[in-house]
Design a protein around this ligand. Structure first.
Ligand SMILES: Nc1ncnc2c1ncn2[C@@H]1O[C@H](COP(=O)(O)OP(=O)(O)O)[C@@H](O)[C@H]1O
Ligand SMILES: C[C@@](O)(CCOP(=O)(O)OP(=O)(O)O)CC(=O)O
Length: 436
């Protein structure tokens, strides 16, 4: 196989779901999803070996972290099992990265399949994550922070790193290996193939099928999102298992029933979506389970809340899309009211009291129109709708600092903002010394 441009770079955005958490798990409802300015970048390059050396390796690295290099050998599995990678040992130990490994199995299988080849040349993939994906003790002086710890010890801020990574890595591999006539990020069909592959790989790596809104945001950016039917993935064997390659090509090229409505979202001029990181040390596990169990028990009651909340979420989306800034406050309050009801009735802390107090406090800061607990809710994040200027950001920071001191929590305004654009090709020369 030959390659055109020796260096290819792609970035994909993080996500926040402003409205529609839990509802979006059901195709009857939708979520209001924003892509974020924090991106995960992946640079792909060929590994040049001296003549006569037959090394076939895929090297993936995250140079911002310690011990973050994953090397893989690979082979074509029998019985149409596709390309299967095997992690090689680096140094004295082996640290798996299931999201990277699964993405390689999926993307390389698809590539070998549509390229009609049994050989895939060696490549190096470098991952660079924008700073807001992980909490930092002090602001980084460099565009990409150096973390003095392994990835497993980094403190995630919940922007959807795995979805952005799987999407950017898949896109970088496809762009690197395939001729533009076979794959291009610039075409709707290219983005659809990317979406399907990234969604399938992300589900496989996670070991579960969620709504997929995070992968959709990574590919398409901000949108009103209606999930795909989980059945589209039902017939897909494990990577390496008989029939995987043929089934994966069908999944990748198939017309899924997912709906990504870019026209369905917008923001009034001068209004931004901003995120707060609440470092409270307590993580609630099993929230989705808890809410769905309640919905299973109290079907009728839950349907009332779901339908009413869907209506209010759509109203909020309309207010934002149509630029009705003065109506944001009321629309957000009405959404929150039902989110709290959902939490109270299911017994799950979706908007816990501490977050209610913080959101109410922030809503009184000049330039803040309101805020919500995004996605599944809980204790660790807030999404705000604010006037997009430095004065407002300054007032929010001051408020959060005082709040943190009083309550003994660390809560900060992140730099990241809502942004419309999804995955995009980047100038690979823009990463300076990070790329060897
Ligand atoms: N910068 C990175 N480099 C390599 N792998 C990453 C990076 N960021 C995230 N990942 C992968 O994604 C996983 C985190 O996924 P997950 O726990 O689902 O968090 P999130 O909610 O941010 O998606 C990591 O364990 C790793 O496999
Ligand atoms: C409950 C949900 O509808 C939304 C969860 O959104 P978050 O943004 O809270 O999710 P994670 O990043 O996966 O932790 C589940 C889903 O849609 O898959």
């Amino acid at each position: 196989m030959s390659t055109k441009d020796p260096l290819v770079a792609v970035s994909a955005p993080g996500k926040v779901m402003l409205a529609g958490g839990y509802l979006v798990l059901d195709r009857a409802y939708t979520g209001l999803v924003f892509g974020l300015s924090a991106r995960i970048n992946v640079v792909a390059q060929e590994i040049h070996t001296s003549q006569g050396v037959h090394l076939t390796e895929i090297v993936v690295e995250s140079p911002q972290f310690l011990d973050a290099q994953w090397r893989y050998g690979y082979h074509l599995a029998d019985h149409d099992g596709g390309i299967k990678v095997t992690q090689l040992q680096v140094g004295s130990h082996i640290t798996p990265n299931p999201f990277v490994e699964t993405t390689l199995n999926f993307a390389l299988t698809y590539i070998a399949r549509v390229h009609h080849t049994r050989r895939v040349h060696s490549a190096r993939l470098t991952i660079l994550a924008d700073n807001d994906y992980y909490s930092q003790p002090s602001p980084s002086a460099t565009r990409f922070a150096h973390f003095p710890v392994p990835l497993s010890a980094a403190h995630k801020t919940g922007l959807g790193s795995s979805a952005a990574l799987v999407t950017a890595l898949t896109a970088a591999l496809l762009t690197h290996y395939l001729d533009p006539s076979l794959f291009s990020l610039a075409t709707p069909s290219g983005r659809q193939t990317l979406h399907n592959l990234a969604q399938a790989a992300h589900c496989a790596a996670q070991g579960k099928v969620g709504s997929g809104f995070d992968v959709a945001a990574a590919v398409y950016g901000s949108a009103r999102y209606r999930r795909f039917s989980p059945g589209v993935l039902a017939a897909l064997p494990e990577p390496g298992a008989p029939g995987f390659a043929t089934a994966l090509e069908e999944v990748a090229k198939g017309a899924w029933d997912v709906e990504v409505d870019k026209e369905g979202v917008g923001l009034p001029k001068g209004v931004a979506v901003r995120m707060c990181d609440v470092d409270c040390g307590s993580q609630t596990v099993g929230m989705v389970k808890g809410v769905l169990a309640w919905r299973g028990r109290e079907g009728e009651r839950a349907a009332e809340v779901w339908d009413a909340l869907q209506g209010r979420n759509e109203e909020l989306a309309g207010v934002l899309r149509e630029g009705r800034t003065e109506e944001i406050r009321g629309a957000v309050e009405r959404v929150r009211e039902l989110v709290r009801r959902m939490g109270e009735e299911s017994g799950v802390p979706i908007e816990p009291e501490s977050q209610t107090a913080l959101l109410d406090g922030l809503s009184g800061v000049e330039g803040v129109f309101g805020g919500v607990v995004p996605g599944a809710g809980g204790y660790d994040a807030l999404a705000l709708l604010v006037r997009d200027d430095e004065e407002t950001a300054g007032r929010v920071r001051a408020f959060l600092e005082a709040w943190g001191k009083e309550k003994g929590v660390r809560v900060s305004l992140m730099d990241v903002k809502g942004e419309m654009e999804g995955v995009r090709e980047e100038d690979a020369k823009g990463y300076g010394e990070w790329i060897r």
